[in-house]
Design a protein around this ligand. Structure first.
Ligand code: AMP
Length: 227
């Protein structure tokens, strides 16, 4: 796995319409302007490509096979180690929610146990997804078919969170941010609201509103297990 640790590129540069004396003649003006246009930086695209020195992220955890409680506890330890190993300063705030129990939604098997963790990382979103999938593999997750019962499921919910702003929006073949199902799932929203009650999920709305809606959905049974 390649880890990218470059800092986010500097403040966006603007293109000047006034050519410098050396470039006033003919095509050189156009060349110089084109050069500068290439230097314009889209900060969100930079965060997707390279991450940020300290991007705050939320990761959702779920398990419904074996000793799910022990699995979630051990996975939280692994995420804490990942955050610490990755912290450029050796310091990273790490916080995990309470444990919640939920009825399977679009999934088979017994009830799930769920939690959410928040920490900071210098990894890019894709490198963090690699790291999360490596942890899933260590817990023996198999994917025999879509939505099969799972020893451990780790979802990257939000990346680049700042205060109540839920960070970057992005879609490609491997990764969608915010996580595509986070805004509808009570088993994500309940633990997320513990850690981030005034948050807003980009493109979806305020967490409090999303949670109120999800709580009305009788198919989504979610209860607090332990804080
Ligand atoms: P699942 O089996 O539900 O855990 O889905 C895993 C698949 O979802 C993997 O192929 C991931 O590449 C993809 N995926 C897309 N966006 C995300 C995300 N935000 N977090 C985790 N997996 C994601």
């Amino acid at each position: 796995m390649t880890r990218t640790r470059h800092p986010v590129a500097s403040t966006p540069t603007t293109t000047s319409t006034t050519p410098e004396p050396a470039a006033r003649a003919g095509g050189r003006v156009i060349e110089r302007v084109a050069e500068r246009s290439r230097a314009i930086v889209d900060p969100a695209a930079e965060v997707i490509a390279r991450g940020a020195p300290r991007a705050a992220v939320f990761v959702g955890l779920g398990a419904n096979l074996g000793d799910a409680r022990a699995t979630i506890a051990a996975a939280i330890d692994e995420l804490r180690e990942l955050a610490l190993a990755d912290a450029s300063t050796g310091m990273s705030s790490f916080v995990a929610s309470s444990l919640w129990r939920s009825a399977p939604v679009d999934a088979a098997g017994p009830d799930f146990l769920n939690a959410v963790a928040r920490f900071e990382t210098a990894l890019s979103p894709h490198d963090l997804l690699d790291a999360l999938q490596a942890i899933e593999q260590r817990f023996g997750r198999e994917r025999p078919y879509r939505n099969a019962p799972r020893t451990l499921d780790l979802d990257l919910l939000l990346f680049g969170v700042a205060d109540n702003d839920g960070g970057v929006r992005h879609i490609d073949d491997r990764l969608e941010l915010p996580h595509p199902r986070a805004a509808q799932r009570a088993f994500v929203l309940e633990p997320l609201a513990e850690l981030w009650p005034d948050g807003e999920i980009p493109g979806a709305g305020r967490l409090a509103d999303l949670l109120a809606r999800a709580r009305l959905d009788v198919a989504q049974r979610v209860e607090l297990v332990a804080s």
